[in-house]
Design a protein around this ligand. Sequence first.
Ligand code: G3P
Length: 217
Amino acid sequence: MKFFVDTADVQAIAELNDLGMVDGVTTNPSLILKSGRDIVEVTKEICDIVSGPVSAEVVATKAEDMIAEGRRLAEIAPNIAIKLPLTWDGLKACKVLTGEGRMVNVTLCFSANQALVAAKAGASFISPFIGRLDDINLDGMELIRDIRQIYDNYGFETEILAASIRTVNHAAQAALIGADVMTAPPEVIRKLASHPLTDAGLAQFLKDWEKTGQKIL
Ligand code: G3P
């Protein structure tokens, strides 16, 4: 499973990247706002750190304007994935931009049918939002399962990018289902390594070691 980091925080990206945890990055207008940075400047810095796909999102709503914005964003670096919303205009822009050989991440996907039309329009990535479905008492993970089955049924090559991952359980379940990629905030990725039994076991080992009076170095 590929790990994308869902942030525009350059320092957090660099730290996780040093650990080999970063196969790509996803950003969106809300994350750019949170960073307080200029979109072109911060995206360029991210692309200098990460060699995998870095999603940068358009804000136009008409296909021709989305295409123009997408081309502009793609000039930032060769590893930009243009992020387009899952609207009819977004699909039109997806078809044109992928036809030019550009990577496209179709975002704000909340149904299996939306994922199906995004694949038909040639999307490189589809981003179903798990957490936001859970927020309204639906089952985000069921959507990931459905999309996996549909894409496998017909051999679609669009990668399933499980997004809006808020918990470590989301991450494990998406991996079990076979999502190609997950994107999660840095704090969720860090939590993947933690377990209370690890902490308790380590504390006991250190206590016992102290009693031996030995040193390794
Ligand atoms: O990748 C999409 C993500 O940024 C949305 O996450 O937590 O705002 O629903 P969230």
